[in-house]
Design a binder for this molecule. Structure first.
Ligand SMILES: Nc1ccn([C@@H]2O[C@H](COP(=O)(O)OP(=O)(O)OP(=O)(O)O)[C@@H](O)[C@H]2O)c(=O)n1
Ligand SMILES: C[C@](O)(CO)[C@H](O)COP(=O)(O)O
Length: 262
């Protein structure tokens, strides 16, 4: 199967890189092996319903909606691979996309690595997308892919912050107030989302090299000393982390369904 091309490249002023455009095939790895402790008791977060459909299925469809993505590797809860395979069999997904399911690990990093290990040859661009971000629009996915095709080794969707951010020092004892030590310049801070996009060789090297516990894949590439660039993120690509996020996700989905007339 070959990828449909994305629209012609546009200049990417954020990167300042020379045109090194490639039409490499793209795969998406979806880490979905987390428990969802912050969401509260229940099934693993990725398997919980959003608008009557598991959050994971929304996230898979969000990746497969991009004409550039021809393989999706789902990293299932360690004892949930059979259940996830059954879900894929019982939900409508595009025929042009291939799917693989592998068991995940104890941390997000281990789960992403399990997905990378399962990637067949021939996919030179890799997206890593949280199952917990079920509503990312396809335009954001395509913008990330396009920036990698243009030559960036690592790309993150990013949004400016709405709140002022304080740096604190740890509280001297549990329950004691934390002391504020700094107020970073908010104009230089970004909240980053997924999918994060990578040149495959770079991402594999980052996972082989960086052993610190990190919260996203791009920071591993930063530790290699390689550039990570941003593309505009999207408000609807928020991560379902706490109960209120699920309320917001239901509202966004209901509005989309109303707009789409179903
Ligand atoms: N061992 C893990 C931990 C997390 N993830 C995945 O990484 C993504 C982002 O993680 P997060 O939102 O923190 O999910 P959880 O780890 O499930 O949440 P919590 O920390 O509240 O338990 C999720 O899609 C989650 O399934 C994973 O694949 N394997
Ligand atoms: C990868 C990520 O979604 C980027 O914002 C985020 O770092 C995941 O963090 P979590 O603590 O595992 O939810």
């Amino acid at each position: 199967m070959t990828d449909d091309p994305l629209p012609p490249p546009s200049p990417t002023p954020h990167s300042g890189r020379p045109a090194a455009r490639t039409t490499a095939r793209t795969a998406a790895v979806i880490p979905a092996a987390g428990r969802g402790v912050r969401l509260g008791p229940g099934a693993p977060k990725a398997l919980r319903a959003l608008g009557g459909t598991p959050m994971l299925i929304h996230a898979i469809r969000a990746m497969a909606d991009s004409r550039a993505v021809s393989l999706v590797v789902v990293v299932a809860p360690p004892d949930g691979a059979a259940e996830v395979k059954a879900l894929l069999d019982t939900h409508a997904l595009p025929d042009r996309t291939d799917f693989l399911v592998v068991p995940g690990g104890e941390s997000r990093q281990e789960s992403v690595r399990a997905g990378l290990d399962a990637l067949p040859p021939g996919y030179d661009i890799v997206l890593v997308h949280d199952a917990a971000r079920p509503l990312v629009p396809v335009d954001t996915v395509d913008a990330v892919i396009e920036a990698v095709r243009d030559g960036a080794p690592a790309v993150v969707p990013a949004l400016p912050l709405a709140d002022t951010v304080k740096q604190v020092e740890p509280a001297p004892e549990p329950g004691a107030p934390e002391r504020v030590v700094a107020t970073p310049d908010r104009s230089l801070l970004r909240a980053v989302q997924t999918p994060q996009g990578f040149d495959r060789a770079t991402l594999v090297r980052a996972h082989e090299t960086v052993t610190d516990n990190v919260t996203d894949d791009a920071s591993m590439v930063e530790q290699l000393g390689l550039p990570v660039v941003t593309v505009p993120g999207h408000e609807e690509a928020f991560k379902v982390t706490r109960p209120l996020d699920l309320v917001l996700a239901e509202a966004v989905l209901a509005r989309r369904r109303l707009n789409d007339g179903f």
